[in-house]
Design a protein around this ligand. Structure first.
Ligand SMILES: O=C([O-])CC(=O)C(=O)O
Ligand SMILES: [Mg+2]
Length: 218
């Protein structure tokens, strides 16, 4: 199978839903690709893009020369999703409105934060999809710092490599390893077609139990 360009792959993933992609990954034996407790700021948010990863950790320094959070934004490219591993920190807003504006100016398509978001009121009108664990007005400066970029990270309990495909919607975020992205895409598209067929039959009044046995999925 010839592999289409990654923006085409992302466009096709973006037409699906996270649950169908998660099912396709389960069928491929990858049972741990859906992030835990990382959810969209609002349920209408959706994203499909290429992972740009960053890792941060608690740090007391306020020295701007060692703080990479803002520089990370300058490294983002069109079609990318910023994926931030916050090393379990639950105290600060790791992402905010200025970082959002910067990411948008670079053509990034979303952010997945394994931590907190601040400036929510200013972010929502921007319609930039952000997936996070919690909100906190507390500044990261003097408390937490980005220390590495484009290395493998863990976000919502899922390993993310730079270049993986990130898909998010109202259910949360799924990570598709880049090497199998095309196979998962084709499988997930088939899942959506099957579910469309099942839905029509359910609505027509057929037995849900019988349909479940027949199609071997829901
Ligand atoms: O300062 C930060 O780390 C986040 C922030 O408030 C912004 O992006 O506006
Ligand atoms: Mg701010």
């Amino acid at each position: 199978m010839e592999t289409p360009p990654v923006d085409e792959i992302c466009r096709r993933f973006g037409k699906l839903y996270v649950a169908a992609i998660a099912d396709a990954l389960d069928d491929a034996g990858l049972w741990h690709q859906v992030m835990t407790d990382v959810l969209p700021l609002t349920t209408d948010m959706a994203v499909a893009g290429v992972a740009f990863t960053a890792l941060g950790r608690p740090e007391r320094s306020t020295d701007r020369s060692v703080r990479l959070g803002a520089r990370m934004i300058d490294e983002l490219s069109a079609g990318e999703v910023a994926v931030l591993d916050c090393a379990g920190d639950r105290t600060v807003g790791h992402w905010g409105e200025l970082l959002t504006n910067g990411a948008m100016a670079r053509g990034a398509v979303g952010a997945v934060i394994d931590g907190g978001v601040r400036d929510t009121g200013a972010i929502l009108p921007l319609k930039f999809p952000i997936f996070n664990r919690f909100r906190s007005a507390r500044d990261a400066k003097g408390r937490w710092n980005v220390v590495d970029m484009q290395s493998p990270v863990v976000c919502g309990g899922v390993r993310v490599h730079p270049g993986d495909i990130i898909v998010g919607d109202s259910d949360g975020v799924v990570v598709v390893p880049r090497a199998i992205a095309m196979d998962v895409l084709v499988e997930a598209e088939a899942t959506v077609r099957t579910e469309t067929e099942i839905r029509q039959r359910v609505r027509a009044g057929e037995s849900v139990g019988t349909l479940y046995q027949q199609y071997e999925r829901f």
